[in-house]
Design a binder for this molecule. Structure first.
Ligand SMILES: Cc1ncc(COP(=O)(O)O)c(C=O)c1O
Length: 375
C-alpha cells in the first residue's frame, strides 16, 4: 500500500470518512455521505498551558454533522445496511448515536428508529426527534435498552448499527485515527486520550493505527492509549485500577456524564488489552473535574464540549498532576461531542443571562472593570 495509498488519499479531494474508502467495507454506490469526519486537529497552546502540556492537540469531533463523533460509525453502518438491502435501521443510544443514526437514515431514504434511556438530556431527545424517525424512550438504564435492542434483532429484519451492524460501526470510528495520523504528516502521536462508554471507540482507534502499520503506511506506531470514564460509571477503569480482567457491571450509573453511562461495556475487555499493551492507562474523572474541563476547553481553546467529550481534558490535567504525563509529551485529546446537547450542565457553568437597558452608559458600566475598552 504504502506510498501509493497515501498519495491517492492526499490527492483524492474527498473530505471526511470516505476519504479512506479503500479501507472501509462498503461499495461506492451505497455510501451515505452527510459530511461525517474531516474534523480539525487543533494545536491548543493556551489549553496546553492550562493543563501543563506543551504539545497538546485537540481532535475536535464536536463539529460533525450531528455534533458528535457518532456520525463516523453511523455513516459506515447505515451505508452497509443499504448495501445489505435492509430498509429499517436503528440503534440503542446514550444520546449521541440516536441523532447520528437518524440523520444518516434520513439521508439514505431508510426508516429510522432509536431506543434511549428516558434519563437522556432533553436537547438530545429533541435533536433526535427532528430527523423524522421513531424516538423511543425507555424507562430503564442503557443496559436495559441494549438488551431490548438485541431481542429486537432476534425477532425482526431490522439493522441495529451497534448490534448486528456493529462490525461496520467500528470501521467508521477508526477513521478518526487515520485523520490524526494524516494531519500530523503521516506520523503516529505519542499519546492519545479517548472517552470510553462501551470502549468501542477506544478499540477502533487502536485498530485504525495497527492497520496503518500493517499496511506499511506507518513504519512504527508506538502510540500510548489512555481511556477515560466518569467516576460514577467506570467499570473499565475500575478493573484497570484493580489489575484484573474482570469487568464488574455498574447497575445504577450516577454521573452527569450521561453519554458515557454504560454499566456493562461491550468492548471493555478489548479496551483493557489496548491500554495495557500500549503502556497506557484507563482513567476515571469526577463530575466536578469534568465541569472544570468544559470551562477550560471553552476558555482556552474556544471549543464548546459536552461532558462526554470533555472528560479527556479532565484526564490529561489529572495525569499531568499525577506525573503519568510529562510536560514535554505530545498528547492528542479526543473531544467527541458538542456542548449544545447538555443545557443543564451549561446552565450550571454560565448562570443566568443579564439584560441591560439600551444605553451606551449601561454597556460601559458592564465593561468598566475589564481591559476591553477605555473611556
Ligand atoms: C460524546 C461521546 N464520546 C465518546 C463515547 C464513547 O463511546 P464508546 O466507548 O461506546 O465507543 C460516546 C458514547 O456514546 C459519546 O457519546
Amino acid at each position: 500500500m504504502h506510498d501509493g495509498w497515501r498519495d491517492r488519499v492526499s490527492s483524492s479531494g474527498v473530505r471526511g470518512v470516505w476519504r479512506y474508502a479503500e479501507l472501509l467495507p462498503v461499495q461506492k454506490q451505497h455510501r451515505v455521505d452527510i459530511g461525517a469526519g474531516g474534523t480539525p486537529l487543533v494545536r491548543s497552546t493556551e489549553l496546553g498551558k492550562a493543563v501543563g502540556i506543551r504539545n497538546l492537540y485537540v481532535k475536535n469531533d464536536t463539529v460533525n454533522p450531528t455534533y458528535s463523533f457518532k456520525d463516523r460509525p453511523s455513516s459506515v453502518a447505515v451505508s452497509k445496511a443499504r448495501e445489505f438491502g435492509i430498509n429499517i435501521v436503528g440503534c440503542a443510544s446514550t444520546g449521541n448515536l440516536a441523532s447520528a443514526t437518524l440523520a444518516h437514515a434520513a439521508a439514505a431514504g431508510l426508516v429510522g428508529f432509536v431506543l434511549m434511556p428516558d434519563t437522556v438530556e432533553l436537547p438530545k431527545v429533541k435533536q433526535a426527534s427532528i430527523y423524522g424517525g421513531n424516538v423511543i424512550l425507555v424507562d430503564g438504564t442503557y443496559d436495559d435498552v441494549n438488551r431490548l435492542a438485541y431481542l429486537l434483532v432476534d425477532r425482526s429484519d431490522v439493522g441495529i448499527v451497534n448490534v448486528n451492524l456493529r462490525p461496520y460501526y467500528v470501521e467508521g470510528s477508526k477513521t478518526m485515527m487515520y485523520e490524526v495520523v494524516e494531519h500530523l504528516g503521516w506520523r503516529a502521536p505519542q499519546h492519545i486520550v479517548v472517552p470510553m462508554a462501551s470502549g468501542a471507540l477506544f478499540g477502533a482507534l487502536h485498530k485504525g493505527l495497527r492497520e496503518l502499520e500493517q499496511f506499511g503506511v506507518l513504519e512504527s506506531a508506538e502510540t500510548v492509549f489512555h481511556g477515560v470514564q466518569p467516576e460514577g460509571c467506570s467499570p473499565i477503569s475500575t478493573a484497570y485500577a484493580a489489575g484484573t480482567d474482570e469487568i464488574r457491571p455498574v447497575k445504577k450509573p450516577e454521573t452527569l456524564v450521561k453519554s458515557l453511562a454504560i454499566g456493562t461495556p461491550g468492548d471493555g475487555a478489548y479496551a483493557l488489552t489496548v491500554a495495557r499493551t500500549t503502556g497506557g492507562t484507563c482513567q476515571a474523572v469526577s463530575d466536578e473535574e469534568t465541569v472544570e474541563a468544559i470551562k477550560l476547553l471553552s476558555k482556552h481553546a474556544g471549543i464548546f464540549a459536552e461532558p462526554g467529550g470533555a472528560v479527556t481534558v479532565a484526564a490529561v490535567k489529572k495525569m499531568r498532576d499525577e506525573g503519568v504525563l510529562d510536560t514535554g509529551d505530545e498528547v492528542v485529546c479526543c473531544v467527541t461531542g458538542a456542548g449544545f446537547k447538555v443545557d443543564e450542565v451549561v446552565d450550571r457553568i454560565v448562570g443566568p443571562t443579564h439584560v441591560v437597558p439600551a444605553k451606551l452608559q449601561s454597556i460601559l458600566d458592564v465593561l468598566k472593570d475589564r481591559p476591553v475598552i477605555t473611556e
